[in-house]
Design a protein around this ligand. Structure first.
Ligand code: CTP
Ligand code: CA
Length: 226
């Protein structure tokens, strides 16, 4: 029992991971998206499973293969991802929100392909739902880890997001730093929790980042200090 809690610290826990970008369609052949490849989230899903968790991966469109042994729910838009996450939320213990969710979508979806015209084009955009923010409003005892991709003042903005979205922790990622950009196999992050912990993880593989953060989360769950 003691041994197992050391090697499988997430045994018996249900972990929901969101990963990848979202796509916001403007017509049948075009969409808005971002550079997320899903690698960080897929590494979390894989490591959570290795640490004994029951894993659900809600994934935007990516080209990498999902790890085996986990339930995968494929989504496209921010709205679809929101609905998939909310459906599972009551049944999970931990939420890891690595997905790069679009903040805006075209206000109008054109059923027919938009034809080009002379001169510039403006497309009106409207806000999508902030999935992490919505989780923060309705969560009960789930431990929720958000991410923050920043190009400047990452700790400052990370702390703001931690408070504003009522998360238990935020992993800040300075995407301007070498080895931390979208699509890299490595990352450089700082883990901030709501008790004021500020823990810097130096450049390392996304698998190692995921492993270390999941161990930290399982420790915080055990301490019940969430
Ligand atoms: N997030 C989300 N739904 C959105 C936008 C963001 O759930 N519509 C989540 C991301 O999955 C991430 C966290 O919020 O875990 C922070 O995302 P980020 O883009 O860094 O922050 P925003 O709040 O969107 O603010 P901004 O992009 O203006 O920095
Ligand atoms: Ca954003």
């Amino acid at each position: 029992e003691q041994q197992e809690s050391l090697s499988l610290p997430l045994k018996g826990k249900k972990v929901l991971v969101t990963a990848g970008p979202t796509r916001e369609r403007v017509d049948p052949v075009r969409f808005f998206t971002n550079f997320s490849t899903g690698k960080m989230g897929y590494a979390f899903a894989q490591k959570a499973r290795e640490l004994g968790a029951n894993v659900i991966l809600v994934s935007g469109p990516v080209t990498i293969d999902p790890p085996s042994g986990i339930k995968v729910i494929q989504t496209e838009s921010a709205q679809e991802m929101y609905e998939a996450v909310m459906k599972e939320l009551d049944n999970v213990d931990v939420v890891i929100k690595t997905a790069a969710v679009a903040d805006y979508r075209p206000a109008v979806f054109h059923d027919q392909k938009m034809k080009k015209k002379e001169g510039p084009l403006s497309i009106e955009m409207e806000r999508t739902k902030d999935i992490l923010g919505e989780i923060g409003k309705v969560k009960t005892d789930q431990f929720v880890v958000g991410f923050a991709a920043e190009t400047n003042e990452p700790i400052h903005y990370g702390k703001q997001k931690l408070a504003k979205k009522n998360a238990d922790a935020i992993v800040v990622n300075n995407v301007a730093e070498a080895g931390a950009g979208f699509g890299a196999d490595t990352n450089v992050v700082t883990y901030l929790n709501k008790h004021g912990l500020e823990w810097s993880l130096p450049l390392q593989s996304k698998e190692d980042v995921a492993h270390k953060i999941l161990i930290q989360v399982s420790d915080e769950l055990k301490d019940g200090q969430k």
